[in-house]
Design a protein around this ligand. Structure first.
Ligand SMILES: Nc1ncnc2c1ncn2[C@@H]1O[C@H](C[S@+](CC[C@H]([NH3+])C(=O)[O-])CC(=O)[O-])[C@@H](O)[C@H]1O
Ligand SMILES: O=C(O)C(=O)Cc1ccccc1
Length: 243
């Protein structure tokens, strides 16, 4: 993979709506590493969680797989026999590169890469379903139905891992977390211009909800155990267990 440094917002520009196109896919590993606090830790821990819950002959879904980081981490940890990883993304730019990444990795657990909207995917016989920073890009009105279909497609004892950028429920707390995140980006080499232009481009594209809103939706779908296992500033990861 010849991935480069993210300089997409380094020059003043007429900022357009954020899209997962070729330009983003080319720099994605650098972009996400410098933009999401704890990204590598989260991806590796998700691999461990998927490995721990994998049962023989079950399916593992990576919804919004981008370049396949979660699928590859999962493949490294799964010891159960005859599992299948289904990696889905609706960006052709991401899927093309994901297929190349997956092909160059030798694994006992096959990874099928599918280019489609995740709402078209029928979830069945799943030991794990992962949405690592994907639900936040989906139309809010579609979110309940997606979570319900994930719950329904999980086998008893299966898990759903949901990582999201959160909005804090008080304005003061929310500003603090956003400010700490911007400071994290600054320390990772992003300029004020890059930070403000990226912020403008993801406005109304990345629609963050509060932890409570996620918890209410997950419980309503049937998950009785909702565990916040990671949080750094406004970035969090939740594991919901189906009993
Ligand atoms: N409706 C949709 N259907 C399918 N894919 C979608 C949809 N909407 C958005 N996506 C895809 O969801 C991914 C979100 S990135 C995930 C990182 C990855 N999980 C990682 O662990 O590296 C997170 C980020 O960039 O902050 C993109 O690849 C979109 O094309
Ligand atoms: O960069 C940001 O400010 C973010 O909130 C995270 C992010 C990372 C990659 C694509 C879109 C948003």
């Amino acid at each position: 993979m010849h991935s480069g440094k993210d300089a997409i917002y380094s020059q003043p520009q007429q900022v357009s709506k954020f899209r997962f196109d070729d330009a983003v896919a080319d720099v994605f590993p650098d972009m996400i590493q410098r933009s999401v606090p704890g990204y590598s830790t989260i991806v590796d821990a998700i691999g461990q969680l998927v490995g721990r819950y994998a049962t023989d002959s079950s399916n593992i879904y990576d919804l919004g797989c981008s370049l396949g980081a979660v699928s590859l981490a999962a493949a490294r940890y799964i010891e159960a026999k005859a599992c299948r990883i289904i990696a889905v993304d609706n960006s052709e730019a991401m899927v093309d590169r994901c297929e190349r990444n997956v092909k160059s990795y030798k694994s006992n657990t096959p990874i099928d890469v599918i280019c489609d909207d995740l709402t078209n995917i029928h979830i069945e016989n799943a030991s794990s379903v992962v949405m690592n920073f994907t639900l936040q890009f989906i139309e809010p009105s579609k979110r309940n139905a997606i979570i319900q279909s994930i719950y329904d497609g999980l086998a008893p004892g299966g898990i759903f891992i949901l990582s999201e950028k959160l909005r804090h429920d008080s304005p003061q707390g929310n500003e603090l977390l956003i400010d700490l995140h911007h400071e994290f980006k600054r320390r990772n080499g992003y300029s004020e211009l890059e930070i403000s232009q990226k912020r403008e481009s993801i406005e109304n594209v990345l629609r963050a909800e509060t932890f409570d809103a996620h918890q209410v939706r997950l419980k309503k779908a049937g998950f009785d155990d909702v565990v916040l296992w990671f949080q750094c500033f406004n970035f969090a990861s939740i594991v919901a267990i189906k009993n």
